[in-house]
Design a protein around this ligand. Sequence first.
Ligand SMILES: [Zn+2]
Ligand SMILES: [Zn+2]
Length: 249
Amino acid sequence: MFQVTVLGCGGSVGVPMIGCSCKVCKSNSLYNKRTRSAIFISDENSNILVDFGFDIKDQIVQAEINKLDGAILTHDHADHVAGIDNLRLFTRIQQRPLNIYTDYTTAAAVEHRYQYLFTNKQLIMNSIGFFDKLNIGNLSLQLFRQHHGSIDSIGIRIKNFVYSSDIVDFPVESKQYLYNIEIWVLDCTGDQSSKTHAGLDKILQWNEEYQPQQIFLTNMQHTIDYHEISTRLPKNIRPLYDGYKFIVN
Ligand SMILES: [Zn+2]
Ligand SMILES: [Zn+2]
């Protein structure tokens, strides 16, 4: 049994968005305030962070995360990696370097870009394959490749929980990991898919194809009004909101 905390479920620019006065950006509802997508996975002996974008410092403080056994970076986009400097605090608190895990190409690019964090071992970079199995704490993670426009992102499966942020399609080799899902956190940029992100059109197709018990929408832009979309989704699909927690058995 483990818990998933939704640290953020917003798209790359967050909601509200700078310079926008649409009804979602101006909404008073806390369900329509979205920081950048990230989750925290924990059980008694394991604390795992997935992604660390611009909002990660406030997200970590808000969720009272004081210990990390590892952090996974799903892909090299700024809204997922740009908060990396904050993670060196865990190295200081825990008096051992925090391990970051990501695919080979992303690892090389991030190590180069944030060289100062790695040369003096404030953080340790671990290159992994897209289909590796990863053990962090007590948890066993099956990774898989996802297409995200011109780059690929890492999908994560732990037991019957799957996290698919930033994804527009799945390669054939990844489809085996999409069956028998209990809870699937899935990228939803809006009603229509874009070249880089899934939208409701694709999600409804995948819901039919893979028959997950529950889909939670994440990575949502300001075109999605939490309250409005909730009225027209199938019963097993719900939009997320920041701070939402759930247990996976
Ligand atoms: Zn707006
Ligand atoms: Zn992305």
